[in-house]
Design a protein around this ligand. Structure first.
Ligand code: DAH
Length: 266
């Protein structure tokens, strides 16, 4: 623009005014254009400095530990796997039961002294919190008839509380009804289960005669564990003919075994 100004002297006098005006307009435009460029560059410079000097004051978050399954739940799942693998079908039943399924159908009518064996929680309407998963075998047999191979699993309740008893505990109930079922089938399956559960080549068992209204004969099974001590682990027996009859199964044609135990103890 300076050079263009200097050229003024070589311009014809009659064109000088127009030339001067043109150069002035150019100068104004240039000042404005370059001025705004300058502003933009300053803003960019500041922005770059902000970016370069930025301090990251955040810390990586601590990783949150994932939850684990409770040992009792792990044992329950393990038991389900083993019985399912042995061909028993799983049923859960209901925690609130009628008196009929919890007692009467299990050959325990309301005058029966064996009702005293279980400290029952009664609801106001006469139903009970099931005291045993044995109720599930009745519900299942009623539906399926024979043959049937099932196990029931779930919470059971009794009005007792000490170091080895909780008012709510978990029970497993196994049942196999078919033709020619004997006590040795029962003991064989119990042994097979315990061997798998404890991952042992064999387990030492003690079979004691016992009494349950819904089995005949009835047994209790003890397991040899720490320091040669015996631990009572389950009740079992051959399903009482009355129980089969209550579920519409002919006891002259079919026999069955049943067992029940608390998984908390295992
Ligand atoms: N219901 C029994 C209890 O809670 C356990 C039991 C015993 C279940 C013998 C059975 C059985 O199926 O045959 O003490």
């Amino acid at each position: 623009i300076g050079l263009l100004m200097k050229e003024m002297k070589n311009i014809a006098p009659e064109e000088r005014a127009a030339y001067g005006k043109g150069v002035n307009e150019l100068k104004e435009w240039a000042l404005e254009f370059l001025g705004s460029l300058d502003e933009k560059m300053k803003a960019k410079e500041l922005q770059d400095r902000y970016e370069a000097e930025k301090i990251d004051i955040s810390l990586p978050a601590e990783t949150v530990a994932e939850g684990n399954l409770h040992p009792i739940t792990l044992v329950k799942n393990q038991i389900i796997d083993i019985f399912a693998g042995m061909g028993f079908e799983i049923f859960e039943g209901t925690e609130i039961e009628t008196d009929y399924y919890n007692f009467t159908a299990l050959n325990t009518p309301d005058y029966h002294p064996a009702r005293d064996m279980q400290d029952t929680f009664f609801l106001e309407n006469g139903n009970v919190l099931r005291t045993q998963t044995s109720a599930i075998q009745i519900r299942t047999m009623e539906k399926t008839g024979a043959p049937v191979k099932m196990f029931g699993i779930g919470a059971t309740y009794r009005k007792e509380m000490d170091a080895t008893h909780a008012p709510m505990f978990g029970q497993i109930e196994g049942l196999y009804v078919n033709k020619n079922i004997t006590m040795s089938d029962l003991i064989g399956d119990i042994r097979a289960f315990l061997k798998r559960f404890f991952e042992m080549d064999d387990v030492e068992l003690r079979i004691r005669p016992s009494y349950f209204p819904f089995t005949d004969p009835s047994i209790e099974v003890d397991l040899k564990w720490k320091n040669g001590r015996w631990l009572e682990i389950m009740g079992a027996g051959m399903v009482h003919p009355n129980v089969l009859r209550n579920c519409g199964i002919n006891p002259d044609e079919y026999q069955g075994f049943a067992f029940g135990f608390g998984w908390d103890r295992l």
